[in-house]
Design a protein. Structure first.
Length: 271
């Protein structure tokens, strides 16, 4: 059984004029849904965040503005790996900026693989995230509990709904080809991507490119759609000052619009 999440104010938000602060516990509640165990011994669980009307939180990549998520599972035991299955976010455009958000509720499925499937997983999870409306408030959540074979299935309907909203694979989305390359510019380097689809695409597309190396910084991409092709360019840099070593096969390229998300794992050199 999981404890009720404790949400605390991480800092104040300063706007022009007086300092404004709100207690996140009055805005959002968080819970861990224990889900169910699969035949291979792994567990499908979820984090659920419920927010007051008018408030939202962010996708794994916030967009041009927003507060990114940080998850710390290091206090857990009998936990081999954690994989998030993010549902498709809503696209929010405010004051000329684009953000990827979840309004009022987020059910975030997570696949937990134990070291020993016959032994309970002891969860100790710390989360930093953001809640935003007219102001943005950093918040922290601590969740502690135990999952084992005998755990009662919890939240299955909501988790399965969230799983049905996750990104399509390249094959499911009709991707024929994906290329990417580093291009020199007068301000450094940019990462150019090109995704070719079997069908013509609508114009309201956004491309998000992610690298697994935290030392590789990729900016919000400038995206263009022409028929079957969606191209993008984004500034790229190495945060350690040593430049960028690009492993194309490790890049995750996600094409988002109002109706779907298509995720491409890896890309090839142009040509």
């Amino acid at each position: 059984m999981f404890n009720i999440a404790q949400i605390s104010l991480a800092s104040l938000t300063v706007l022009s004029g007086p300092v404004l602060a709100q207690d996140p516990s009055q805005i959002a509640s968080a819970a861990f849904l224990s889900g169910w165990q699969q035949d291979d011994g792994s567990h499908v669980a979820a984090l659920r965040f419920e927010m007051e009307p008018g408030w939202h939180t962010y996708w794994r990549v916030p967009g041009q503005v927003g507060i990114p998520w940080e998850f710390d599972w290091s206090g857990s035991s009998n936990l081999k790996s954690v994989t998030f299955e993010w549902p498709r976010p809503e696209i929010l455009e405010t004051f000329g900026f684009v953000s990827f958000v979840f309004e009022e509720e987020l059910v975030l499925p997570v696949r937990l693989v134990p070291i020993d499937s016959a032994t309970p997983i002891e969860i100790s999870l710390a989360i930093d995230y953001g809640l935003c409306s007219e102001i943005c408030i950093p918040a922290t959540v601590d969740l502690n509990g135990q999952i084992d074979v005998a755990s009662v299935s919890q939240g299955r309907e909501g988790i399965e709904k969230a799983l049905s909203q996750r990104a399509q694979s390249a094959a499911e989305g009709g991707v024929l080809k994906a290329t990417c390359n580093i291009v020199p510019t007068d301000k450094g380097f940019s990462l150019a991507t090109s995704i070719e689809f079997a069908a013509s695409q609508n114009d309201a597309q956004y491309v998000v490119v992610e690298a697994p190396d935290p030392m590789v910084w990729i900016d919000f991409a400038d995206t263009k759609t022409e028929g079957h092709h969606v191209t993008s360019r984004a500034r790229i840099d190495g945060l350690d000052g040593n430049g960028v070593l690009l492993d194309r096969s490790s890049l995750r390229v996600t094409v988002l619009d109002a109706d779907r998300a298509v995720e491409v794992q890896g890309c090839t050199a142009p040509g």
